[in-house]
Design a protein. Sequence first.
Length: 711
Amino acid sequence: MAKFNPFYRLDSQHCTAIFDCQGKTPALLYFGKRLSKYTSDIMLSQLATRQEVKCAAVLEAPISLSPLLGEGFTGAPGIELTNESIAWSLGPTLQRVDETNGNGLVFISLDALRGVEVTHHITLDYNHNVLSASTRLTNLGDAALQVNYCAAPSFPLPDNMNNVVSFEGRWSNEFQRQPVDLFLGAFVRENRKGKTSHDVFPGLLMHNDGAGEQFGECFGFHLGWSGNTKLRAELLPEGRRYVQMGELLLPGELTLVKGQTYQSPTLYTSFSEQGFSALSRNFHGFVKANLLSDEQQRKARPVHYNTWEGIYFDHDIETLKQLADKVAPLGVERFVLDDGWFKGRRGDNAGLGDWVVDKEIYPQGLAPIIAHVNHLGMEFGLWFEPEMVNPDSDLYRAHPDWVLSTQNNEQLSFRNQLVLDLTRTEVVEYLYQAINDILCEYPLIKYIKWDMNRDINHAGNFAGKPAIHQQTLALYRLIDRIKSAHPGLEIESCSSGGARVDYGVLAHTDRVWTSDSNDALDRLEIQRGCSFFFPSSVMGAHVGPRECHITGRNISIEMRAAVSLFGHMGIEMDPRELTDHEYNTLKSAIALHQKYRDFIHSADLYRLDSDGLSINFGLINQDKTAALFAYNSVRETPRTAPNKLRFVGLEADTQYTLNLVWPVIFDEYRPSAIAAVNGQTYTGEALMEFGLQMPISFPQTSLIFSLNKCH
Ligand code: GLA
């Protein structure tokens, strides 16, 4: 007798998910706008009735949570298995459905003939409308089972979802949105870099025609995983469409012997009928409530100083003290000593792996610089790149066999470094001890920047097997172990900028380094792309040097500061080179950030649709009594005057007082519109429907306005 109902329904504040259990295995019948109680699952099931089409199967194979070859599915199977026998044609049957605490369901299916159990775990976060879904496989048979692929649950989509937006990039230009019209067949992106990668962020948006930031129906999908991934949005010939994401497994990477289990990474998805910004707000709320620790949520994010673009490898205790002396009065709250502090590290050609303080540069260890920094009222943070080793290091000389490699193949050279094999327990033990020793010797190190600066091109471990899956899990465990041994320690996930930014790693860390580009113009797009899934509180954003080291561009200190103050703010430059004007401006910007920091990191984000001339957004508190809006002009306007800024998201009837809060001194061409409106009061309606004329300014100018409800 069946131990389950024909349908299961989960509701959140704004979404409903309905699962259909009438078939052999469960399938998603509906995920979208919250349905009223009068709409029943049976209604939807009937309305979805399909009929035989010409020259096709009488009954279409379902797009089940894991659509299968055994079910006759001719799209992409959600699970691909092989063994000596017939595992390839897996055909499980639903056995049981468990309702779990926290608005969740577990569907347990069994293929008794092939000895495989498949379970699907689903949770719908009530407050934030984000559905988390994963698939688990267990080998119950005697023969070893080769797992070629096991995607997270597949999501069929409504037939108005015609548009895909993926996020691509490169070093120093991550999170670039790439729109594509859905076409017959599959839009597929694969990442084989062994880390999340700059080029293929494991996330997608699907939306209806014409959707924008405030209007339209859209779904967001993100696979929380820091290894290899495969993303797919497919339109089948009969018009059905679905999204499927999973870990990309290399040949022979995963074998399950009897009793062993594989759990797919979690797919996070949400729906909005009010455009992309509302979708992002769901994800932001979800991240804050579920992936960040309570402590992290309570603590204000300290303003950073990072030494990298200031001095690179040129470490010297006197220089560092000078830097600290310079940045502390700016309002900096945490001093992060980047690459270059450990044994033999004078450039990027040596030292990785030897995690002991270089006594030539630091004869008394790090204690004097930590004490100096602390004395100035700043916390101290330190850079590591634990997964890597330079061949020119004591570690490599002692253990040349500790690296990932493939037999008889030459390693591609990449920043003079190789990847350690974290599937060897002695390697993980060594790294744990090395990092732990530093943290025990210097308990006032409160922060680690955890970097990862090459692709894993040769993923073979000590056993000769591809090991990205195990390597990624070992990384998560190592981070957790270090954190639990040092309560309160915060860790930033960095990988040559934003090549390891995903919910998988974020569940174990506290902040991400968004990009190595500190160019404010590039950053506007990078941060905007990142903001589709990540809240500003985790997004590292630094004010870089006057002449950007990556692009060579000169952007005013006012604009550089305005762009970084909307993330987790920091500065990264040689502060001794600042002019008085730059120094004072930076100080004011940090003060402004600190004044609004809690607001910036807790308010709701409203990105404005871009006209290509300016990149604008607003932050509004939940009761809509206060807001900050940023206008960033990036190009010269084709007309002599710029466009108006049309505000969004405000309460139409509320009276708001408008003030320009940045820059402190706005160098106007002539007395302009700003003088006329500053300090005046407007209804939300006027600001949203009519808009505010932007002043004549240089093309690269940032203005920040505050709005406060009048009482
Ligand atoms: C990577 C990081 C940088 C810096 C360098 C140090 O490129 O993204 O921020 O830490 O490594 O080598």
